[in-house]
Design a protein around this ligand. Structure first.
Ligand SMILES: Nc1ncnc2c1ncn2[C@@H]1O[C@H](COP(=O)(O)OP(=O)(O)OP(=O)(O)O)[C@@H](O)[C@H]1O
Ligand SMILES: [Mg+2]
Length: 353
């Protein structure tokens, strides 16, 4: 496989067969990070090595659906199907197709999967990253990720010196950097093509998904203050409805946040007086329909993601949530992470929240 790629890629693969360890591949978009990781995976597996592939790209995902960090471990034989058809061993749902605005969750998620990979006793851990390489968020994310990973080697795919700014802080403090050329066969993809790719991946993931109910009474929730405070009774909801000139259908009070779900809009200019009256730092008002189609991570007791879901509705009165999910069994779901992206089961992205 590698014979079709630049000679430097082949030399690096041969070196890795004996050096082993953790390799983090960095590069701008469309520089061949995934192509290199896949080729290395194949070569190393063919040599009988146990190889972990951590897909840390939330948008152009190779393993697992978008909006999710995924880990697959290959033992001894190279995959016989395309990587996107491989079911991940572990997933960590982030709920967005870019790490911007989710730097902490992404960093922690990567670390949890790295621990899993290392505990599995792999010979080589390949970390495929996103093409987010410019700006404060990119610098911060890449810097902290590399600190956490402590890679044996950083591989940089560059046309010129376009990601040197990410490499130098580590190289000058002793991290080994291998600079590889971008293949002249690397193709660039437009924004629309990237979006179409994600749509296809979501559509494939939700193909055959069914609508199911999840009772909320023993489920931990992340990403929304739901289930973190005490539920308000209907008299309080009526009072809030009058104060906000809205129909407040659900309310929950915590020491710091008043979380309200409304139907048909609310007087935003009145929120300040609610804040004063209830003595909270924040009043979060969510429109019921904005919750519809939210992407959800359905997590197990270890807080790893069993599968994704799309929220159809929350029945606040009955304490139930209706989701579309391909997961056949929901008994093991003990946590739901609310994403910040709305999608349709056909894969169309409906917007961010
Ligand atoms: N060495 C190569 N030989 C042939 N095609 C390549 C090579 N490197 C990259 N390509 C092609 O270029 C395109 C981009 O490559 P790839 O998806 O590996 O890049 P990437 O850096 O992972 O991109 P992204 O930032 O979107 O994750 C793909 O269509 C891929 O098939
Ligand atoms: Mg890629």
């Amino acid at each position: 496989m590698l014979h079709r790629h630049p000679a430097e890629w082949q030399a690096f693969a041969r070196e890795l067969e004996t050096a082993r360890g953790t390799v983090c591949v960095l590069g701008a978009t469309d520089t061949g990070k995934t192509t290199l990781c896949s080729a290395l995976l194949q070569t190393l597996c063919d040599q009988g090595l146990r190889v972990a592939y951590l897909d840390a790209d939330l948008g152009q995902s190779t393993i697992g659906p978008p909006a999710t960090l995924s880990l697959a471990i290959f033992s001894g034989s190279s995959p016989s199907v395309p990587l996107y058809e491989i079911p991940p061993q572990r997933m960590d749902f982030i709920g967005a197709t870019s790490p911007e605005g989710h730097l902490l969750a992404t960093t922690v998620g990567v670390w949890r999967l790295v621990e899993e990979a290392r505990q599995s006793g792999c010979d080589v851990l390949l970390v495929d990253t996103s093409g987010l390489v410019y700006g404060g968020a990119a610098r911060e994310l890449k810097f902290q990720k590399i600190r956490l990973l402590r890679p044996d080697c950083l591989v940089a795919l560059q046309r010129g010196g376009e990601i040197e700014h990410l490499l130098l802080p580590h190289e000058r403090s002793g991290v080994r950097v291998v600079r590889l050329p971008v293949s002249d066969q690397a193709l660039r993809h437009s924004r629309e093509q990237r979006q179409a790719f994600r749509q296809r991946r979501f559509r494939e993931y939700f193909r055959g998904a069914e609508s199911r109910e999840i009772p909320l009474d023993r489920i931990g929730i992340y990403g929304l203050p739901l289930g973190t405070g005490s539920r308000m009774d209907f008299r309080e909801l009526n009072r809030l409805s009058r104060m906000l000139d809205a129909i407040v259908i659900y309310g929950e009070r915590s020491p710091d946040i008043l979380f309200l779900v409304v139907e048909g809009g609310c007087g935003r200019d009145r929120i300040f007086s609610v804040k004063e009256e209830f003595g909270v730092r924040e009043v979060l008002v969510v429109e019921r329909t904005d919750l519809q189609s939210l992407l959800l991570g359905l997590n197990d007791r270890r807080q790893f993601t069993l599968g994704l879901g799309i929220l159809q509705a929350i029945d606040f009165r009955a304490g139930r949530l209706r989701v579309v999910t391909p997961l056949p069994r929901l008994e093991e779901v003990s946590q739901i992470a609310f994403g910040s992206l709305r999608v349709d089961p056909s894969g169309v992205e409906l917007g961010k929240v």
